[in-house]
Design a protein around this ligand. Structure first.
Ligand code: PHE
Length: 449
């Protein structure tokens, strides 16, 4: 018998823990900044509704019905098709790549936690604070140490098993993170950059939007909901049969999106009040938020709290990725949980080292489009791996998988309204795959923008 979550709350919390992570607080603000703000945010919201939500429901359907790891799930549901039974592999590979550099960024949050514990921000000026980020990422030793610490934490969390290990972390920490983020957004509204920051985030200026930006928005809608990486399929394989898929998916999407928007509202006012560049890239939150802590009352304490919570958010997302790899080794290679976890952690850790050295020893290595190792992997995984994976899952559930299966899963064997199923089925067949496809073709120049 497969391990199951302890009840409804356990599953939702674990899935929210997977979804809410660095994607919301680190990545969403920096890619919004690099893509010109409001118009990008709008496209992202549309992508969440048109692609993210339906594909999340599709992954729940697949995982719960198959009761297997990501590779095994597709094989179980469509054993006869050589192509489709193998698409789980793509998800597995992308999850490996993403986790490898995710650990590096999570390591940055641990370093910032250490900085807050030693009260390094209070009273410092914006230049000093921005400089700290550069000093951190250009130091190869520190980068590798923090990556090691973070992967070690992941190992401990996953090795103790599904219920005990994953669930417990999220219950208190996620709500607290949200409260403190909201508090910071309120504070940001009192700074001189409030007007400019809010305008930047919410006013859509379409002249700033490129085909590339649209693709990034779609890719990010998958990244932030942990889609196309096997995480939600694997988690749903531990989900109870009588859990209703649609309401659960809506809650997860809602919470995840609110966290991202609030993070943006906390960050952009600060960017403008100190005259920073919104397109500063992956260092954006590390250069802005400590400035809040430097000036507000109790800033030292809040900084500690914030980075602890951010580290936990990163951890609960990372362990869901590690769980994809571990479940694969357990189900497919018949390894025991402890061995599987240890092996995968070590492999991911080794793979993460080049990313950890991206801005120091390997600073001259530009893998893709003039970007460093970490940026290149993030770009390629998020903007090619995830959209292709998402497209395949949409086509899979829309056209390949027996409709009886998805209908039974989404309506809980006919207990809930068929209308939800019908709308979902239409979206997953026509809207989600076409949206991704059109954006792809535009991007590679087959359709002229
Ligand atoms: N969704 C997580 C985030 O937003 C990242 C993640 C991706 C986690 C894929 C699991 C799987 O940070």
């Amino acid at each position: 018998m497969r391990n199951h979550w302890s009840g409804r709350l356990g599953f939702i919390l674990a899935a929210v823990g997977s979804a809410v992570g660095l994607g919301n607080i680190w990545k969403f603000p920096f890619i919004t900044g690099m893509n010109g703000g409001g118009a990008f945010v709008l496209i992202y919201l549309i992508a969440i509704l048109a692609c993210g939500l339906p594909i999340l429901m599709a992954e729940f359907t697949i995982g719960r019905h198959a009761q297997k790891d990501v590779v095994g799930s597709f094989r179980e549901l469509t054993p006869k098709s050589t192509f489709w039974k193998n698409i789980g592999w793509l998800n597995l590979i992308v999850s490996f790549v993403i986790l490898s550099y995710y650990g590096v960024v999570a390591g940055w949050t641990l370093d910032y936690l250490a900085k807050s514990l030693t009260n390094s921000f209070v009273g410092r000026n914006p230049e000093d604070i921005a400089g700290m980020f550069g000093a951190l990422v250009t130091n190869p030793g520190e980068q590798v140490i923090w990556l090691t610490v973070f992967m070690g934490l992941c190992l401990i969390a996953v090795i103790s098993g599904v219920k005990k290990g994953l669930e417990r972390w999220n219950k208190v920490l996620m709500p607290t993170l949200f409260v403190i983020l909201a508090f910071m957004a309120v504070y940001a509204m009192t700074t001189s950059g409030a007007g400019a920051g809010i305008k930047f985030m919410l006013y859509p200026d379409f002249s700033k939007l490129t085909a590339n930006g649209v693709l990034e928005a779609i890719g990010h809608s998958f990244f932030t909901l942990s889609l196309a990486m096997g995480a939600m399929i694997t988690y749903a394989s531990y989900m109870d049969k009588n859990e209703p898929i649609f309401p659960v998916a809506v809650r997860i999407v809602f919470l995840d999106t609110v966290v991202a928007i609030v993070a943006g509202l906390a960050i952009f006012p600060i960017v403008f009040s100190v005259g920073m560049e919104p397109g500063a890239g992956p260092g954006l939150i590390f250069k802005t938020l400590p400035q809040v802590f430097a000036t507000i009352p109790m800033g030292g304490f809040l900084a500690v709290l914030f980075f602890i919570l951010l580290a936990f958010a990163a951890l609960s997302s990372a362990i869901s990725l590690l769980e994809v790899l571990t479940a694969f080794m357990i189900d497919e290679k018949k390894m025991d949980r402890k061995k599987a976890t240890a092996l995968m952690t070590v492999l991911v850790y080794l793979a993460g080292i080049p990313s950890a050295l991206s801005y120091s020893l390997l600073a001259d290595v530009k893998l893709f489009n003039g970007m460093e190792v970490l940026d290149s992997l993030d770009y390629l995984a998020s903007n090619i791996g995830l959209p292709v994976g998402g497209l395949l899952i949409a086509v899979y559930t829309g056209y390949i998988l027996d409709k009886k299966i998805s209908r039974a899963e989404i309506t809980e064997e006919g207990k809930s309204a068929i209308m939800v199923f019908n709308i979902w089925f239409f979206t997953i067949r026509y809207i989600a795959p076409l949206a991704v496809l059109i954006v792809f073709l535009t991007k590679i120049g087959i359709i002229k923008a």
